[in-house]
Design a protein around this ligand. Structure first.
Ligand SMILES: Nc1ncnc2c1ncn2[C@@H]1O[C@H](COP(=O)(O)OP(=O)(O)OP(=O)(O)O)[C@@H](O)[C@H]1O
Length: 537
């Protein structure tokens, strides 16, 4: 750890008066004493608000801290609203690095003698430059002809810098948590650890490439979302080559309106794409800030999103998805008992939680939200409130849910910016209800049968053998008078098995939309079940 860097960080903190963010009565005496000793580092920005001072300090400390501030701005569950708003203004204003250097890095990574061995034309002047990577345009000869591509390359030596700053950040977080017990509520160590993981993931472009390929596959042929093609043969840990897209930045509402984009449809599609990613695919783009979303120039009446930068993605398991969907539905039905019960059932809060008390707490926090018209309610804020309440009842922090809530806030903000009257609940409700229905309705049963089919297909040939052996055993063991009854039982078992087979066939035909075959198989299954039942009598 560099002493000079440590001093620089401490100086910046004090010059922006960040020590004053902690109320005096919470500061231990030795911290106050130390502050007095450092008299030559006064707060030079007393005229500014706390949020503005924090924003400026992070900006002064460089990209790793700026990105940290950007991440914090999305943690509305941890920060006061005005501070989060301030931090949301943080933009990475980084100078680009030398284009020739970028070219050399690409040549080295792709083992090229010269960049022209692979690319027809490589533009040394970067198209964009961000804190971690820089993007250059080029043309690539592919099987489909000459294609416009972009080459993303990680800044040289950035990893060392990031690791050094991250370890300093971790030390600060530990000191803060140790010195001021009140600050533990903000879980500084945990927040920094989460940030570390996100940042280190972003340093691996192979990972980003793989995520983009998966998302592209999930939305193949979709009218709502397009993900550019990744040329994985030319992807390395620090270099990513992908199709160049031409689109209107989603924040440029003026151009979108000028070309006659159906803004309502565009806003609704944003919500639809998000819920599809979460509930259908369990794989969602979790870095949906406006710089990563474009809208195609084509078909403004049927607008299509284009998504880039798939470095951060989230996933949810089946149970999380189901409880989440049911939570939303219960919440919008104002069924707080159900919300509380779902939190217990899902294991998000301990099993011994008093459901009545929890229900009451949720009601207290959430009922005021319904003072607004339904169309104005934010799903993201509903989740923030729910999680904050649940945390008081010892809910463990679930990183996948935090990521989801953060993305939801982005999606909502974006949707309302495009079309202020966007009714999120009306857009999402049919989707959620349909999804829940699919999980518990007859289709779900049929699907489960379908999923278990390989197991039954494997076991089926063994069944006659098993029945035969069981008959043989009975024949040897059971005394004569009872064998007549056993025969009936066996017949009933066999009929039951045949009935089950036809029920499975009916389910499969239903999935394959062969309704006639499904109905007749179902009828036949019923008939066999009745026969089996009569045999038991
Ligand atoms: N496939 C593409 N086609 C056209 N432009 C692109 C493409 N990919 C990236 N860009 C441009 O490069 C910019 C930076 O790309 P990207 O967001 O992937 O980099 P980043 O380093 O992850 O930035 P940040 O972390 O700030 O989001 C984008 O905002 C966009 O302008």
């Amino acid at each position: 750890m560099s002493i000079a860097r440590l001093y620089h960080i401490g100086k910046t903190f004090l010059n922006y008066g960040l020590d004053e963010l902690l109320p005096q009565h919470l500061q231990p005496w030795y911290a106050k004493y130390l502050r007095k000793c450092l008299f030559w580092l006064p707060n030079k920005h007393q005229d500014k608000s706390e949020g503005a001072r924090l924003r400026l300090a992070l900006q002064a400390l460089g990209p790793v801290w700026v990105k940290f501030g950007q991440m914090l701005s999305t943690r509305r569950d941890l920060l006061p609203h005005d501070m989060a708003q301030e931090l949301a203004q943080l933009q990475d204003n980084v100078a680009s690095f030398d284009g020739e250097k970028a070219q050399r890095l690409i040549e080295l990574a792709l083992e090229l003698e010269h960049i022209s061995d692979l690319f027809e034309h490589f533009e040394q002047q970067p198209l964009a430059s961000a804190s971690i990577a820089q993007v250059h345009t080029a043309q690539l000869q592919t099987e489909q002809g000459l294609k416009d591509v972009v080459v993303k390359v990680i800044r040289p030596d950035i990893e060392k810098q990031i690791l050094a700053d991250l370890s300093l950040m971790e030390q600060f977080a530990k000191v803060l948590a140790g010195l001021v017990s009140e600050s533990r509520r903000l879980r500084p160590v945990e927040v920094v650890r989460e940030y570390r993981k996100t940042l280190l993931d972003e340093l691996d472009l192979m990972r980003e490439g793989a995520n983009a390929i998966q998302l592209r596959r999930n939305f193949e042929g979709s009218e709502a979302l397009y993900i550019p093609e990744v040329y994985s043969d030319y992807s390395r840990q620090n270099v990513l080559v992908m199709e160049r897209i031409y689109g209107i930045p989603v924040s440029d509402t003026q151009t979108l309106e000028a070309q006659g984009t159906d803004m309502k449809l565009l806003a609704e599609r944003g919500v639809e794409v998000f819920f599809t990613q979460v509930f259908r695919d369990s794989f969602f783009h979790a870095d949906m800030h406006p710089g990563n979303i474009f809208v195609s120039y084509e078909h403004p009446e049927n607008p299509q999103y284009i998504g880039i930068d798939c470095g951060i993605v989230g996933t949810l398991n089946r149970e999380d998805k189901r409880y989440l969907a049911e939570n939303f539905i219960a919440f919008f039905n104002r069924d707080y008992r159900q919300v509380a019960q779902l939190h217990v059932d899902s294991g998000w809060v301990p099993a011994d939680t008093c459901v009545e008390e929890f229900e009451f707490a949720i009601r207290t926090v959430c009922e005021p939200i319904f003072n607004k018209p339904l169309a104005e309610i934010s799903f993201g804020h509903v989740l923030v409130n729910l999680f904050n309440t649940a945390r008081r009842f010892n809910m463990e922090v679930q990183p996948q849910l935090v990521l989801l809530q953060k993305t939801l806030l982005y999606v909502e903000g974006l949707g309302r910016q495009l079309y202020p009257q966007l009714d999120l609940w009306q857009t999402a409700k049919p989707f959620l209800e349909h999804w829940v229905q699919e999980q518990v309705g007859p289709l779900a049963v049929a699907k489960k049968l379908y999923q278990n089919l390989p197991f039954w297909a494997e076991k089926m040939p063994e069944l006659p053998d098993l029945v035969y052996q069981s008959l043989k055993r009975q024949h040897h063991q059971v005394p004569a008078p009872q064998s007549a009854i056993s025969k009936q039982t066996i017949q009933s078992v066999l009929l039951g098995m045949a009935a089950s087979t036809f029920a499975i066939i009916a389910g499969l035909c239903f999935i394959a939309e062969l309704n006639g075959a499904s109905l007749s198989s179902a009828l036949f299954a019923c008939l066999l079940f009745i026969c089996a039942w009569r045999k038991t009598g």
